[in-house]
Write a protein that binds this ligand. Structure first.
Ligand code: NAI
Length: 775
């Protein structure tokens, strides 16, 4: 298979710029071209402007601002010849067939033979795009449909044309899987492909049904969110996010391409409210607001919702429907409840699930494609067919029949069976032919859930488990709520070390959850603090220190593999590992000060050790102390794994995995690569600057406090951190301190600060509200 080295993206709008940014995030050079606006003095002004916007974008399109340098801004009038050495050319220009086709002709004249061209079109069929182009062009052409924002949305729909060579699809798919971290869903060349066809239908049904049933948008969103395993934005919040103005365009395009009998065309109707909102600039979050808006009059910020009946805004009202509080576990009960909320959930979800079943094989080859598209394109917890399994396919069909709805062929084929099953530990899905087929993961993907399905843990307690993942490697899994860490976790770490020493080669710390760990279990710590069980708290701190130190000095490699949040104690796990293999979307840092505490499981010690030995940092004790202090006292959290390297939570030699599904396999590989010749790390020593440095840090904190950037208690907690990092009251820069000396300082500072009433208020506040208290 040929490989992709150089890429060109044409069209530097929302999508083109975002795609270029993500290719740069993967470490690749990318050309970004757009038109030359009339009268422009700088002919690359559009692409340059797009890069400037990328650097400032929020959520950030770049995993590190440095990556912007990999994007070269150009224009199609002067620079098109530069695509001659590109292996892949991505077209992401306006959604107009004539303009796209005229660009293809120009590209074809200069591209090298075999260079792949793909379009990011959302709605134009592939056959229409290549109409009039040569066979050679058609063979190298496909659709790669990224979702917005390209860095964060893991779904990539790929459409192969009749003439597209398979090797082109394989090359692009491999690049997008490994380098861009995308989950590839192969789609047919049908209108809207999968995610938009089904997703926009779902949104439209939700809108129309809410109007017909007289639900408020708050009620509709409360039902079509958590109770259905759908993100809390619901459906109206989602429309605000993507932009109301996109809706009519996609709808028109879809309706023009689909037959009259399609459910999409059937449900379409005039929506004067939507038209008026768009005309008035209420296009969603990018406009003046949408179904929801923030009213800033009278110097106050009030969140308001629109009435679907009157079109007037009112302050958001909490949905009073009891079903709004229903748990996703009770999804099938919800859809069976004969009430305003239950009926609404049934009407919207049943139509959507039935439509999903009707899209096979027209839009996707099998149910797995549709489920993955909805999970990753719309962040549904479960895909449509997994949801039907929750209802029971026969019960679902019976109820559809009662409603007078027609039954899609696939549902008849299922004949009451589950869409997903398991035989001898092998997960299977129901094929179109009515036969079960093995559910195979793409080559090289290892998921812990697959291992767990087929084996028993080596060790387990209430907070963690240890699994054999083959080749002499074991995986330590956090299993508590939010993967928080407690005495059980520490006990199992110690037991696991004994096991690995006896029977295995290496240890990986990993879990399949979206977040590696939220840190120490604050609820337990608060409980102990509230009953003044201080010896218990002290024990938790010292047991944690011992467990983390044992991990660090174990006679085998330990590799942590975080994804999502790895905060506080979770970050300290990374700091005590021999290596980290992180998913690119890793947000890690020592955030303890946010809850009025200090890192007490060796986090201060490790950050000090790293910053003091950083070859890029000026020598001497103070610079290392200053940087560690800055990061810990501001509770700095990395915005990506690359950023974690800048903060030295990760080392330059640590690995980054772009595809979340490949993280465990990569971490295992990393661990195995460290086995031969493994040496236990040497214990660092510390020459810490003592009281003069403490005074300097105090002055800095006072400065922040005066500037209004630090609160009263920020000051107190920061100085507790300073007490540790500067080496304690007796520190002398000429006298070496050991790791244990610093750990003692951590324990003392921790036990003092946790008794402070303002710290307890911070802990309690975060537990109750999930938000930090700035006291
Ligand atoms: P956009 O309007 O933000 O950007 C389009 C860019 O194309 C503009 O910078 C424009 O100057 C440029 N352009 C127009 N004609 C050109 C030409 N002849 N040569 C070079 N550049 C030209 O549009 P957006 O949203 O980025 O959409 C681009 C494509 O991606 C469309 O096909 C759209 O359907 C698709 N798409 C959009 C998504 C979204 O959420 N916005 C999601 C997925 C796909």
């Amino acid at each position: 298979m040929s490989t992709i080295n150089k890429v060109c993206v044409i069209g530097a709008g929302v999508m083109g710029a975002g795609i270029a940014a993500h290719i740069a995030n993967a470490g690749h050079q990318v050309l970004l071209m757009d038109i030359v606006p009339e009268g422009a003095t700088d002919r690359n002004v559009v692409a340059k402007g797009a890069i400037a916007k990328l650097i400032k974008s929020n959520p950030a399109a770049l995993t590190s601002k440095r990556n912007a340098k990999l994007i070269t801004p150009l224009n199609i009038d002067d620079d098109l010849a530069q695509i001659a050495d590109c292996d892949w050319i991505i077209e992401a220009i306006v959604e107009r067939l004539d303009i796209k086709q005229s660009l293809y002709a120009k590209i074809d004249a200069v591209r090298k033979s075999g260079a792949i061209i793909s379009s990011n079109t959302s709605t134009i069929p592939l056959n229409a795009l290549i109409n009039g182009m040569s066979d050679a062009f058609a063979q190298d052409f496909c659709i790669t449909h990224f979702f917005n924002p390209p860095r964060y949305m893991r779904l990539l729909e790929v459409v192969k044309g009749e003439k597209t060579r398979q090797s082109a699809i394989d090359t692009v798919s491999e690049f997008c899987d490994y380098k861009l971290g995308k989950s590839i869903v192969d789609c047919k060349d049908s209108p809207g492909f999968i995610a938009n066809r089904l997703g926009v239908y779902w949104i439209y049904v939700a809108l129309v049904e809410a109007m017909d049933a007289g639900l408020s948008i708050e009620e509709a969103d409360a039902i079509l969110s958590k109770p259905c395993g759908i993100p809390k934005t619901g459906v109206f919040g989602l429309m605000d996010l993507v932009g109301l103005d996109l809706m009519p365009n996609i709808l028109d395009s879809m309706v023009s391409l689909l037959p009259e009998s399609d459910a999409f065309v059937q449900i379409r109707r005039e929506l004067p409210l939507l038209e008026k909102m768009i005309a008035d600039g209420y296009t969603g979050r990018k406009g003046k607001g949408g179904f929801y808006r923030i009213n800033r009059s009278d110097g106050k910020k009030v969140k308001e919702a629109i009435s679907l009946v009157t079109g007037e805004y009112h302050p958001v009202a909490k949905a009073r429907l009891p079903e709004a509080r229903s748990h996703f576990k009770k999804f099938s009960e919800l859809l069976d409840t004969d009430s305003k909320g239950g009926n609404y959930a049934w009407r919207v979800m049943s139509k959507t699930l039935a439509y999903a079943a009707s899209l096979i094989p027209e839009a996707g080859e099998d149910i797995t494609a549709i489920d993955e598209a909805m999970r990753l394109g719309y962040n549904w917890k479960l895909g449509p067919f997994e949801l039907i399994d929750k209802l029971g396919s026969q019960a679902f069909v019976d109820k559809l029949v009662k409603d007078g709805e027609s039954i899609p062929t696939l549902l008849s084929t299922a004949a009451g069976r589950d869409f997903y099953t398991e035989t001898n530990g092998v997960p299977q899905y129901l094929g179109r032919d009515g036969e079960y087929k093995a559910l195979e993961r793409a080559a090289g993907i290892v998921m812990l859930c697959d291992i767990k399905r087929n084996s028993q843990p080596i060790l387990r307690n209430g907070s963690a488990a240890l699994w054999d993942i083959g080749d002499g490697v074991v995986c330590f899994e956090f299993t508590s709520k939010m993967n928080s860490l407690d005495a059980n976790t520490m006990a199992l770490i110690q037991k696991s070390i004994t096991q690995v020493k006896k029977n295995y080669k290496a240890l990986v710390i990993y879990n399949d959850s979206s977040h590696f760990s939220a840190g120490a279990n604050l609820g337990l710590a608060m409980f102990a603090a509230n009953i003044a069980a201080w010896p218990e708290v002290a024990k938790l701190v010292s047991e944690g220190q011992k467990a983390y130190k044992a991990l660090k000095y174990s006679p085998f490699p330990v590799v942590s593999a975080p994804a999502g949040m790895a905060l506080g104690g979770g970050c300290e796990i990374l700091l005590h590992s021999d290596a980290v293999q992180a998913h690119i979307e890793t947000y890690t840092g020592l955030v303890e000060v946010g809850v009025g505490l200090v890192p007490g499981w060796g986090g201060c010690k490790e950050m000090l050790a790293r910053w003091q030995s950083n070859p890029k940092h000026p020598r001497g004790p103070m610079p290392g102390v200053g940087k560690a202090f800055e990061l810990i006292s501001t509770a700095a959290v990395s915005k990506s794994a690359e950023d974690a390297k800048s903060n030295l939570v990760m080392r330059p030699t640590d690995g980054i995995t772009m595809n979340r599904y490949r993280l465990l396999a990569d971490a295992k590989q990393k661990a195995l690569s460290l086995v031969e010749g493994y040496e236990v790390p040497a214990e660092p020593t510390f020459n810490l600057p003592g009281q003069s440095a403490r005074a300097a840090l105090e002055m800095a904190v006072d400065g922040f406090a005066r500037a209004g950037k630090a609160t009263k208690h920020d000051r107190v907690v920061s100085m507790a951190v300073a007490d540790i990092l500067t080496g304690g009251p007796k520190a002398d820069p000429t006298v070496e301190q050991s790791e244990d000396d610093i750990l003692t300082l951590e324990r003392k500072a921790f036990m003092k600060i946790i008794r402070h009433p303002d710290s307890l208020d911070r802990c309690e506040h975060i537990l109750l509200t999930g938000k930090p208290l700035r006291n």
